[in-house]
Write a protein that binds this ligand. Structure first.
Ligand code: ADP
Ligand code: MG
Length: 338
C-alpha cells in the first residue's frame, strides 16, 4: 500500500483518505448509464474514480489532450493493460485485441480490427462493465466529437455499461456533455452527479497527521494548522506540503512559496489579457465593470466588451474562478504576482 503523501493519484480504497460519501453514491450508481464526477484541480477526482473502480470490472482511461485515433487507442490499450489482471478473462478472444505478456494491443484499422464502439458492444455482451473517462473535456477534435457520439450510443443501447466522466465542472458539463446545447449528442441524458468536495479543517488536519505518521515524522501541531489554513482542504496541496516537509523544507512560508510558484507557472501559460483579468480579480475586482476598468488601465488599451466576457468565461471554464472569486487560494496568491 502506498503512503498518503505519495504524489500519484491513489488507486485503491485502502489508500484513499475518507471519500466515504462519494464512494457510497458511486457504488449505488453502478448499473446507471452515466455518472459525472466534478471538482477543481488537485481535489482528488482521479484518486476517487480509480479507487472506486477497484472492485469492479472496468477500465480507467485518461483522455487529457487526446486528439487523434492513435491517441485514443493508445490510451485505451494503456487502460486495458493496467487492468489486465482482472480483465484478462473478459477481453480474451475479442477481435482486434491481443493480450501480450506485459500489455494489451489493439488493432483499430484494417482487417480484424475493432473500434471503441465495437469494443464497448463486446464488453456489454459479457456483463456489467464500468468505463471511466478522466478529463474527457480535454480531448480534442475529432476525438472529442467521436467520443460524444459513442457515449450517446452507449447510453441508449448498451445497458450493461456504466460510463463515469470526471473533470472540471464547467467544461465537462457545458463543453463536453452540452447540458445547454440541444445540438449535442449527449443533450438531455440524465446523469448522477458527484461533487468532490474539499476536506474540512479537521479532516485536513487528520490527513496531515496520518500522512506524517506513515512517514515516521511528527511536525509541530501549529505548523500543521498553518498549512491547513493555507491549503484550504485541497488534498493535492496537502500532499505537496507533506512531501516538501519530508524533503527538509521546514519553513511554512517556503512551502507556501513552492505551491504558489507551481500555480504561477500554470497561469503563465494564459494570454496577457487573461493574466491581467486574473490579477485584477486577485486584487479585489468583484464586478465585470471593475475588472474592465482595472485591466484597461493596467494594459493601457481598450478591450471590447465581448472579448472581456469571453476571457472571463474561459477562466471560469478552467475552474480558476467562479463569480469573481478564486476557487483555490494558492492560485489567488499566484495571480497577485502576475
Ligand atoms: N482522498 C485522498 N486520499 C489520499 N490522497 C489523495 C486523496 N485525494 C487526492 N489525493 C492526493 O492528492 C493529489 C491530487 O489528487 P488527484 O486525484 O490527482 O486530483 P485531481 O484528479 O482532482 O486533480 C495526489 O497526490 C493524490 O494522491
Ligand atoms: Mg486528475
Amino acid at each position: 500500500m502506498r503512503n498518503l503523501f505519495d504524489p500519484r493519484p491513489k488507486s485503491s480504497r485502502s489508500e484513499l483518505f475518507d471519500r466515504v460519501d462519494e464512494l457510497e453514491i458511486l457504488d449505488k450508481s453502478v448499473g446507471r448509464p452515466l455518472i459525472v464526477v466534478l471538482g477543481i484541480r488537485r481535489i482528488g477526482k482521479t484518486s476517487l474514480v480509480k479507487s472506486f473502480l477497484e472492485p469492479y470490472n472496468g477500465i480507467y482511461i485518461d483522455l487529457r489532450g487526446a486528439a487523434t485515433h492513435l491517441d485514443l487507442y493508445e490510451r485505451l490499450s494503456e487502460g486495458l493493460s493496467n487492468g489486465l489482471s482482472k480483465l484478462r478473462r473478459i477481453i480474451e478472444g475479442i477481435r482486434g485485441i491481443r493480450i501480450m505478456e506485459f500489455g494489451v494491443e489493439i488493432r483499430w484499422r484494417g482487417t480484424d480490427s475493432i473500434s471503441l464502439l465495437g469494443l464497448l458492444e463486446e464488453l456489454n455482451r459479457r456483463g456489467q462493465f464500468i468505463v471511466v473517462l478522466d478529463e474527457v473535456q480535454d480531448a480534442k477534435p475529432p476525438i472529442s466529437a467521436e467520443l460524444r457520439r459513442v457515449l450517446a450510443y452507449t447510453y441508449d443501447h448498451l445497458s450493461n455499461i456504466t460510463v463515469v466522466l470526471s473533470g472540471s465542472e464547467v467544461r465537462l458539463l457545458s463543453d463536453f456533455i452540452g447540458v445547454d446545447n440541444p445540438e449535442s449528442p449527449l443533450y438531455g441524458r440524465y446523469f448522477i452527479e458527484v461533487d468532490v468536495r474539499r476536506f474540512s479543517r479537521d479532516e485536513s488536519l487528520d490527513f496531515l497527521r496520518l500522512g506524517f505518521r506513515q512517514e515516521g515524522i511528527e511536525p509541530p501541531e501549529n505548523l500543521l494548522k498553518d498549512a491547513v489554513d493555507i491549503f484550504d482542504g485541497i488534498p493535492g496541496w496537502l500532499v505537496q506540503f507533506g512531501r516538501n516537509y519530508i524533503d527538509g523544507i521546514r519553513d511554512i512560508n517556503a512551502i507556501r512559496e513552492q505551491a504558489i510558484s507551481i500555480a504561477l507557472s500554470e497561469l503563465m501559460r494564459l494570454s496577457r489579457r487573461e493574466r491581467a483579468v486574473l490579477k485584477a480579480i486577485a486584487e479585489g475586482a468583484r464586478t465585470w465593470g471593475q475588472v474592465r476598468r482595472i485591466v484597461e488601465e493596467r494594459l493601457g488599451e481598450t478591450i471590447p466588451k465581448s472579448s472581456l466576457t469571453r476571457i472571463i468565461n474561459k477562466l471560469e471554464s478552467l475552474s480558476i474562478i467562479k463569480d469573481y472569486e478564486f476557487l483555490d487560494n494558492v492560485y489567488r496568491d499566484a495571480a497577485q504576482r502576475l
